[in-house]
Design a protein around this ligand. Structure first.
Ligand code: GLU
Ligand code: ZN
Length: 293
């Protein structure tokens, strides 16, 4: 059975870019007669905006994007991440890192994905104290995956990123570990999300291998850009979608998904007609006109 999910971070309200990810993953799941789960990625209370989690859920409902089962909150799943960490500790593939960001800024080279950790603590055997970050050892073989929409992408984790963090020095688990553990425990068979996360996938695949998890399929949706050509995100101050304009928002999102998750042959006239319909009807139509990406 197909299981898909939408996994917003409550670091801001739902904007057009996240609505496209929600709709894209919803349509894939419904087209496959599968389940569509919602997981709140509230791992980091410092980045969370008060009220955003509830607001996101209400906005999904206003767009008739109804999910299956209960919403899962990452903030309540520490024990799952602890268990995965314990497995990684037992495998000897992780180590404690005492480096500070300031120290690394002086020593580490910058790569396309940020600072490349030069392996300073790799063989030092620092004790696993709560105040130290935990990194996973990487290697230099290219890791590749084939995305349903974006084709094949490879990364050499060691040279492009270095050993990466799975638990931060402030004690919070890193997104990379939590996402892999939850997708596994929730039985997710296909991950549909924005293209901005494409280059995170190999790190996730690597952790899946170390933990012996099945690798889901991937479908990274083209990014939504603002008129300045920047991707819509909280960093570029993308405005929140208005619940009162649900039909128009859905039509606009469908237009952006045309050619990926939505059949490229649908016409502007058809889309314009949908604007008058309630969200439920628009979604029904969209499921019937979704493409198998
Ligand atoms: N929580 C992540 C975000 O909002 C998405 C995680 C994912 O879909 O893998 O950017
Ligand atoms: Zn270190």
């Amino acid at each position: 059975m197909y299981i898909g999910r939408f996994a917003p971070s409550p670091t801001g309200l739902l904007h057009k870019g996240s609505l496209v990810a929600a709709l894209g993953s919803y349509l894939r799941a419904r087209q496959q007669q599968g389940q569509w789960l919602v997981r709140m990625e509230d791992l980091d209370p410092l980045r969370e905006v008060a009220g955003a989690a509830d607001d996101i859920l209400q906005t999904l409902e206003a767009h008739a994007l109804y999910w299956d089962g209960e919403v899962v909150y990452q903030s309540q799943r520490q024990s799952c991440y602890e268990a995965a960490l314990a497995e990684l500790l037992a495998s000897g593939q992780v180590y404690a890192c005492t480096c500070t960001r300031k120290g690394l800024r002086q020593q580490a080279a910058m790569g396309a994905l940020g600072m490349i950790y030069p392996g300073i603590c790799r063989d030092v055997q620092h004790p696993f104290l709560g105040r130290y970050a935990i990194r996973v050892r990487t290697h230099n073989m290219p890791l590749c995956f084939t995305d349903r929409l974006q084709g094949t992408h490879c990364q050499c984790l060691e040279t492009e990123l270095g050993d990466f963090i799975i638990r931060r020095s402030d004690g919070y688990f890193a997104y990379q570990l939590a996402v892999v553990v939850d997708d596994h425990l929730q039985g997710v068979t296909e991950v549909v999300r924005g293209e901005d996360l494409l280059d995170n996938t190999q790190r996730q695949n690597y952790l899946q291998r170390l933990l012996g998890y099945r690798q889901p399929d991937y479908c990274h949706l083209p990014m939504v850009k603002n008129p300045q050509g920047q991707k819509l995100s909280k960093q570029t101050h993308a405005p929140a979608v208005k619940r009162a304009a649900a039909a128009a928002n859905l039509v606009e999102a469908l237009e952006l998904l045309r050619g990926s998750v939505v059949d490229e042959k649908i016409t502007i006239t058809e889309l314009e007609r949908l604007r008058q319909e309630p969200p439920e009807v628009i979604l029904q139509w969209a499921v019937a006109h979704s493409a198998s990406c």
